[in-house]
Design a binder for this molecule. Structure first.
Ligand code: BGC
Ligand code: NOJ
Length: 811
C-alpha cells in the first residue's frame, strides 16, 4: 500500500494521506541552520548542533507520534484546523505534503478554504521561512483567523528536558509589533537569541504556553485559537512560545499570503544590548528584511531550486526503469547530503543529544557525497584527520561545534583508522587534487604535532599493521564496524555502556572484517603512494597487504565462508563450529570487495553461502542463526532479540557491500535483485509493512527471525545512503571515478538493454551511452570516446572544459 507518489518532474515525494505508518520527514537547510519537518508539520530546528543550540522543542517517544512542530491553526467559524492535519486532527477535504529538495509544501483544504504552508531554509541564511497562503475557493466572503505556534527550547536540548527546577524560571521574551524575540539565557553568557516574525500587523500574540494552550488542552485544542483571540501574554519563566494572531476577510476566490520567519541571531560580545536588558535587534532586523515580500520568497525558492539542480547535474542517469532513475538522480543523492550534514546526530530516531560526528560514519558519508561538493568533503576530511591520535588510532566521535574528539567514548574501535584512507582515496579519485595530501593536520587537535595528511594515512595503515593478534589478524579493540560485537567488554551490569566497558585493547580478540578492510584500503593506500612517486613505501605496503590477504584466506576462511572474528578466548565467531551466529554478512562483503579469494574460488563460495543462509524477503540479515540468549563474550549484539538490529536484522548498510561484491563477480541479475530488496524506492508499494519513508534508506529492517518481519526502523541517518549510492552509481551502472580517469564498468541485469548517463567529472562533462545488445551482465565489447576507440575502459582525464561523447557496447 502507498501513502502517496513520486512526482519526478518536481523532484518531490507527495504524501496524500497524513496518517503515514510513521512520521515521514524531510530535512531543510544544508549549511548551519537545520529544520526537521514531518508530513504533518512536526519537528524542530537548530543551529549547527542539535544538542547545544536547539531552537524549538520536540517530544521524542510521545504517546502520539510526532509531538510538537511549527504549527499553523485556522479558525473558520467555530471550527479549527491545520493544513497538515496535526495537531487538531480535524478532518480535511484535501491534504498533500510535498517533500522536495530543501523545502516542504503542505496543503490542506476544508470548507472551501485552501491553506498552503511552504517551508524552507533559504540558502546562506540561518532561518526558516514559512509562507502561508489562504485562498477562498467559495463564492462567499470568508472571515478567518490564523494563529502561528512554535514552542521555544532553552538551547541545550538535554538540559531543556531534564532541569525543570531551573528551566521554569529562566524564560524571557520581548515583543515588538509582529516580532517575537526569545531571549532566555541571553542576559548571562549567550550571545544568541531567536526571533519569530510575520510580515503583516498582528491582531494579537502570545508568548506564554499556558496562556495560549490553556492549562490542560495541549496543542490539539489551544484555548486562544478556540476563543479566536490571543491573550497578548508575555512569558516570565515557564515555557516561552511564539504565537501570532492574524485576521482576514477573503472575498470569493481571493488569496492572501503571510510570510513567517523564524531566525537564529547572534550579536557581538560588546553590542549585546541596545538598552539595559533590551537585546540588540539589528541582526534580527537584517534577516527579516530579506523576506518581507512574496517576490523575495519566490526568489529565494528559485535559488534553492537552482542550487539542487546544479548539485544533481553531476550524476544523472536515464534508463527504462523509472524507479532506478529517481533513486540515482534524486533521492539517494539527497539522502547522502543529509547524512553528510548530520552524521548520526539528529533524526526522528537519533534525538540529537548523544552522538557527535562518528569518525567511521563521517568518513563513509564522504563516499556518497564527494562528487556533489568536493570542497566541503575536503574540509571534512581535514577536520577528521585533525582528531587522529599520533599512533594512528582514532577518536570514535568528535563534536561538530568544537571539532574535537569526544573523550567520553574515546578510541579503540579498530576499524576507524582505515576509514580515513577510504575517504581520502574517494576524494582523490573524484577530484585528482593531490594537494590535500600535503595539508598539515594536527594529531589529537594539538597544533604542535602537525603532519601532512599523507602521514596521517600512513599512521592509519601502520596502526592496523602493528596491532595484530595470535592469528596475525587485526585486533578488534572495542569493536569494528559492528559496534555491537564487543569482544573485550564482558559486561554484567545492567546499564553499563557496551561501548566503553572493559579494556579498549584486548590482546587477543581479532577481526577478520578489519583484515578484509586492510586489504581493500591498504591497496588504495598503496595506489596513492604510487601516484605521488613513493615507490619504496608502496612496495612495502603492497607486501604487508599481501601478507594480510594470506592470513585472511588462512585463519579467516571457514570452509564455506569467511569467519567473522576470534573472541578473547581465541574461539572463532561466525564459524560452522559455533552454535548460533555461524555466519556473518560483513566479512563476506568486505573480503570479496577487497578482492580476496576472487581467483582461488573463496569469493564465489562466500557469496553463495551469504545467499543461502542470510537471505530473506527484505535482504540479507547480519548473521545466522540469530542469538537466542545473552553471551557475555560477544556483548551488545546478543542483547537484541532475534531479528533486530545487529542480531540478525537486515542491517541495510552492509547489503551494498555484498551487492558490490556480486558485481565484481559479474552477477548483474543477482546484484540488482538484492538491491531491489533493500532499496526504499522499490519498496514503496509495501509502505504499510516497511513503514519508514519510501524515499530514503533506513538503518535496519526486521529480519527473518523477528516476530514481525520487514519493518524498517531508524530512517535517514545511515551509512546505507552513501554505500547505496556507490553501489548503484559506481558498480551496477558502473560509472566509477578512478585515480587515472573515469572508468566505465557496468554490471546490470541481462534483460537491461542499456542506459545513458551524464557525468561531470574533474571539470569536464561526459555523455555516456551504454548499449547491451547481447544481453550480457558484465563486460565491454567496445568503447569509443568522441568517436575514437578506447583501449580498456578507463577514460583518461581530458583538458578541463571538454565534452566527451562516450559510446559503450557491452558484450
Ligand atoms: C546500536 C548500533 C550503534 C551503537 C553506537 C548501538 O546500540 O545498535 O547500531 O552503532 O549503538 O551508538
Ligand atoms: C550504526 C553506527 O552509526 C555505525 O557506526 C555502525 O557501524 C553500525 N551502527 C553497526 O553497528
Amino acid at each position: 500500500m502507498r501513502y502517496g507518489y513520486f512526482d519526478d518532474n518536481r523532484k518531490e515525494y507527495v504524501i496524500t494521506d497524513p496518517r503515514t505508518p510513521l512520521p515521514w520527514i524531510n530535512y531543510l537547510g544544508s549549511d548551519d541552520f537545520f529544520r526537521l519537518i514531518s508530513n504533518t508539520a512536526g519537528g524542530y530546528c537548530f543551529y549547527k548542533d542539535a544538542n547545544l543550540l536547539r531552537m524549538t522543542r520536540y517530544r521524542y517517544n510521545s504517546d502520539r507520534p510526532d509531538s510538537n512542530g511549527h504549527y499553523f491553526y485556522i479558525k473558520d467559524g467555530n471550527k479549527i484546523w491545520n493544513p497538515g492535519w496535526q495537531p487538531t486532527q480535524t478532518a480535511l477535504a484535501g491534504y498533500s505534503c510535498r517533500h522536495g529538495l530543501g523545502y516542504t509544501i503542505i496543503e490542506g483544504r476544508r470548507n472551501g478554504i485552501c491553506a498552503k504552508q511552504e517551508v524552507f531554509v533559504p540558502r546562506g541564511e540561518n532561518c526558516e521561512v514559512t509562507r502561508i497562503t489562504l485562498s477562498n475557493e467559495t463564492y462567499k466572503d470568508k472571515e478567518l483567523d490564523l494563529f502561528s505556534y512554535v514552542e521555544f527550547c532553552f538551547w541545550n536540548a538535554l538540559e531543556d528536558m531534564s532541569n525543570f527546577q531551573r528551566n521554569y524560571s529562566i524564560g524571557e521574551v520581548e515583543v515588538i509589533g509582529s516580532d517575537i524575540y526569545h531571549k532566555s539565557e541571553f542576559r548571562e553568557r549567550r550571545r544568541h537569541y531567536a526571533v519569530f516574525s510575520v510580515n503583516k500587523p498582528v491582531a494579537g500574540f502570545d508568548t506564554d504556553r499556558t496562556s495560549f494552550l490553556g492549562a490542560y488542552n495541549g496543542p490539539s485544542f489551544p484555548e486562544a485559537v478556540i476563543r479566536g483571540e490571543s491573550k497578548n501574554s508575555i512569558a516570565h519563566g515557564w515555557a516561552p512560545i511564539g504565537s501570532h494572531h492574524l485576521t482576514c476577510t477573503l472575498k470569493p476566490q481571493e488569496s492572501v499570503s503571510y510570510i513567517f520567519v523564524l531566525a537564529y541571531c547572534e550579536t557581538g560580545k560588546e553590542d549585546k544590548f541596545e538598552a539595559p536588558g533590551v537585546i540588540n535587534k539589528k541582526p534580527a532586523q537584517e534577516v527579516l528584511a530579506k523576506f518581507r515580500t512574496d517576490e523575495q520568497v519566490d526568489q529565494a525558492l528559485e535559488e534553492l531550486r537552482a542550487h539542487w539542480e546544479k548539485l544533481l547535474s553531476v550524476y544523472h542517469v536515464e534508463s527504462d526503469d523509472e524507479v532506478l532513475n529517481r533513486t540515482a538522480n534524486i533521492w539517494n543523492q539527497y539522502q547522502c547530503m543529509t547524512t553528510f550534514n548530520m552524521s548520526r546526530s539528529a533524526s526522528y530516531y537519533e534525538s540529537g543529544l548523544g552522538r557527535g560526528m562518528g569518525f567511521r560514519d563521517s568518513c563513509q558519508d564522504i563516499l556518497g557525497f564527494v562528487h556533489m561538493i568536493p570542497d566541503k568533503a575536503r574540509e571534512r576530511i581535514l577536520d577528521i584527520a585533525n582528531t587522529q591520535f599520533p599512533d594512528g588510532s582514532a577518536y570514535h566521535q568528535y563534536q561538530p561545534l568544537t571539532k574535537r574528539g569526544n573523550t567520553g567514548l574515546g578510541s579503540g574501535f579498530n576499524d576507524d583508522p582505515l576509514w580515513l584512507i577510504a575517504a581520502v582515496a574517494a576524494y582523490l579519485r573524484e577530484t585528482g587534487d593531490y594537494t590535500i595530501l600535503d595539508e598539515l593536520c594536527d594529531f589529537n587537535n594539538n597544533p604542535e604535532t602537525k603532519a601532512p595528511l599523507l602521514e596521517h594515512l600512513k599512521r592509519s595503515f601502520t596502526f592496523t599493521a602493528t596491532h595484530l593478534g595470535p592469528h596475525g589478524l587485526p585486533l578488534i579493540g572495542r569493536a569494528d564496524w559492528n559496534d555491537c560485537l564487543n569482544l573485550n567488554c564482558f559486561s554484567e551490569e545492567p546499564g553499563e555502556s557496551f561501548q566503553i566497558t572493559g579494556p579498549s585493547e584486548g590482546p587477543v580478540a581479532e577481526s577478520v572484517f578489519i583484515g578484509g578492510m586492510f586489504v581493500k584500503y591498504g591497496r588504495e593506500y598503496e595506489e596513492i603512494l604510487r601516484h605521488v612517486g613513493r615507490e619504496e613505501e608502496a612496495d612495502e605496503a603492497e607486501h604487508t597487504v599481501q601478507q594480510m590477504e594470506k592470513t585472511v584466506l588462512d585463519a579467516g576462511w571457514d570452509g564455506e565462508w569467511f569467519v567473522r572474528a576470534y573472541d578473547a578466548a581465541k574461539k572463532p565467531v561466525g564459524s560452522h563450529v559455533c552454535e548460533e551466529g555461524k555466519i556473518y554478512i560483513e566479512p563476506q562483503g568486505m573480503c570479496v570487495m577487497a578482492g580476496i579469494g576472487l581467483e582461488s574460488g573463496e569469493a564465489v563460495k562466500a557469496l553463495e553461502s551469504a545467499q543461502r543462509y542470510l537471505e530473506c524477503d527484505y535482504g540479507l540479515v547480519v548473521l545466522n542463526p540469530a542469538y537466542t540468549s545473552y553471551h557475555l563474550e560477544l556483548g551488545e549484539i546478543t542483547s537484541y532479540p532475534p531479528g533486530y538490529k545487529e542480531n540478525a536484522g537486515v542491517f541495510c548498510h552492509n547489503n551494498p557491500w555484498v551487492i558490490i561484491a556480486e558485481t565484481m563477480l559479474g552477477h548483474g541479475d543477482r546484484a540488482f535483485d538484492l538491491m531491489k530488496k533493500i532499496c526504499p524506492t522499490y519498496l514503496e508499494p509495501i509502505s504499510e509493512i516497511h513503514k519508514t519513508e519510501p524515499y530514503v534508506y533506513c538503518q535496519m529492517v526486521s529480519g527473518k527471525d523477528a516476530p514481525v518481519q520487514g519493518e524498517g526502523k531508524n530512517s535517514w541517518l545511515t551509512g546505507t545512503a552513501s554505500w547505496g549510492f556507490a553501489m548503484l552509481s559506481q558498480y551496477i551502472l558502473g560509472i566509477r571515478p578512478e585515480m587515472d580517469g573515469l572508468c566505465i564498468d557496468p554490471c546490470i541485469p541481462a534483460a537491461c538493454k542499456g542506459f545513458t548517463c551524464t557525468r561531470k567529472f574533474r571539470g569536464s562533462e561526459y555523455h555516456i551511452t551504454v548499449k547491451n545488445p547481447n544481453g550480457v551482465q558484465k563486460g565491454i565489447a567496445s568503447m569509443t570516446v568522441n568517436g575514437n576507440k578506447l583501449d580498456g575502459n578507463v577514460i583518461p582525464v581530458p583538458a578541463a572544459g571538454s565534452v566527451c561523447e562516450v559510446e559503450v557496447v557491452m558484450g
